[in-house]
Design a protein around this ligand. Structure first.
Ligand SMILES: Cc1cc2nc3c(=O)[nH]c(=O)nc-3n(C[C@H](O)[C@H](O)[C@H](O)COP(=O)(O)O)c2cc1C
Length: 184
C-alpha cells in the first residue's frame, strides 16, 4: 500500500497533532483537574487479564517531590523537562512481590498502552507531552524506592509546548510496517 495523503489528512486531530516538544512554556501549569483526568485516562486502558500493571509518580514545579525527580534528569532532558508543568514517572509491575514470578507477561506492553491513553487525553486538554528515558534510572529508583516487583520504566514531561512540531519528523511507511517482519 502506497502512502495515501488522504489518509494522513484524515487522521484524528488528537493523533495528528501530537508531537514531543523540546521546549515547554514554564508558565504552562497543569492544574489538579487536568492531572486527575490524565490519570483517569491511564486507569481505563485495556490490559492483559485486566491486570493493570501500571503505576505513576507525579510532581509539579513548586511541589517538594518535584526536586526529588528533577535532580535525576540527564542534562539532555533537564534542558526542557524542568519547564514542563508536570513530570510523570511511569512504573510497571513486572514481578509478583518478593518472587521471580512474572506478574504479567504483558506488563511493559500494558504500561505503554496506558501511557498512550494518558498522552492522548493530554492532547484533548491542550497539553503536550514528551516521553523520555534520559534520566538516572538507578538514582531515581533509590530516591523513590518502589515496592519489590515494581520497576521504573520512563518519564513523561507534560505542559504547554513552546515550539511547533519540526517539519523533518519522519515515519516508516505503512507498506514497511506490513512487509518488514517477513522474509521476501
Ligand atoms: C520510551 C520512550 C523513550 C524516549 N526517550 C527519549 C529521550 O530519552 N530523550 C528524548 O529527547 N526523547 C525521547 N523520546 C521521545 C522520542 O524521541 C519521540 O517520541 C520520537 O522521536 C518521535 O517523535 P514525536 O513524539 O514528536 O512524534 C522517547 C520516547 C519514548 C516512547
Amino acid at each position: 500500500m502506497r502512502r495515501d495523503p488522504e489518509l494522513s489528512a484524515a487522521l484524528h486531530p488528537l493523533l495528528a497533532g501530537r508531537f514531543s516538544p523540546s521546549r515547554f512554556d514554564p508558565a504552562g501549569a497543569v492544574d489538579d483537574r487536568a492531572l486527575g483526568l490524565l490519570l483517569e485516562a491511564a486507569r481505563w486502558a485495556p490490559s492483559a487479564g485486566n491486570s493493570q500493571p501500571w503505576g505513576f509518580f507525579t510532581s509539579r514545579p513548586g511541589e517538594p517531590d518535584h526536586e526529588r525527580v528533577v535532580r535525576h534528569l540527564a542534562p539532555s532532558s533537564a534542558r526542557w523537562a524542568t519547564d514542563a508543568g508536570l513530570l510523570v514517572v511511569t512504573l510497571t509491575r513486572r514481578f509478583v512481590e518478593d518472587t521471580e514470578l512474572l506478574y504479567s507477561e504483558f506488563a511493559d506492553y500494558d504500561l505503554g498502552q496506558a501511557v498512550a491513553h494518558l498522552t492522548l487525553q493530554a492532547e484533548a486538554l491542550g497539553l503536550a507531552s514528551h516521553q523520555f528515558r534520559a534520566f538516572d534510572l538507578e538514582g531515581l529508583t533509590k530516591e523513590l524506592g518502589p515496592k519489590p516487583g515494581w520497576a521504573i520504566v520512563s518519564m513523561i514531561a507534560l505542559g504547554k509546548a513552546a515550539e511547533e512540531p519540526l517539519a523533518t519528523r519522519q515515519r516508516r511507511s505503512v507498506a514497511d510496517l506490513l512487509s518488514a517482519p517477513w522474509a521476501p
